[in-house]
Design a protein around this ligand. Sequence first.
Ligand code: ATP
Length: 274
Amino acid sequence: KAFPSQKKDVKSKVRFGDVAGLEQAKAEVVEFVDFLKSPTKYEKLGARVPKGGLFVGPPGTGKTLLAKAVAGEADCPFYSMSGSDFVEMYVGVGASRVRDLFKQARDSAPSIIFIDEIDAIGRKRGKGGFTGGNDERESTLNQMLVEMDGFTSSTGVVVLAGTNRVDILDNALLRPGRFDRQIAIDKPDMAEREKIYMVHLKPVKLEGNLKQEDIAKRMAALTPGFAGADIANVCNEAAIFAARRKGDSVTMDDFERATERVIGGLPKTNSLMS
Ligand code: ATP
């Protein structure tokens, strides 16, 4: 049974080096990598193993990317699923998908599960919900809690999740032994944006006299409020603009147009804040 947004048993090639900025967050997830590499070390010491980590931050800031980097660094399979896949699902399907996902992960442990938009299923329970959708969400959430509680230190599975709304999450998810570690993934500041530009400028063929470093600096200053995903977008759009005008390299003008286009596509509050 393949489900749409779950990528099966992919070995991640992403490394910490591909994640620009986010130094604090990277430092915090190193322990997960270590655990995945040598789970028995922790078991022998009788340590309570970190089971789950919650990446909290705005869209497009690299939560999924960082989860993939943890898998890549630990050289273990990465299973991902989005909470929104469960939203309008027939009764029972969500819970059985969760069961399947965790089974796959256990069978190929050490491994990582990443659940994007966990708020879609992990919202606080028991408030004003009479619709089938809510019942379904609750049974999906319950199944997830059951699965996580079933882990022991020898299971070798780490569950990471991403959300931009930790305030609406059910407290049950945040209890010890579940997603008890919160890791903040904030929007990049100017210096971090510059680093992210450097990553995404790598494949871009710049006009002869332009230097990657200069463009990165200039673009970082021009795009306050941009998340990593927006930056990746600008670099790609700039290259597309160049292709459209049949240029053989990308100019500053292409970058400026691409920036306008990306700003145009952002929600108003996003575009000008830092
Ligand atoms: P969402 O909450 O919308 O799921 P997210 O926080 O999971 O978003 P990602 O999917 O990880 O965001 O980021 C989207 C893309 O943006 C990445 O694949 C990458 O190309 C780029 N990106 C985001 N943050 C960074 C970063 N810190 N360094 C390099 N690239 C980044």
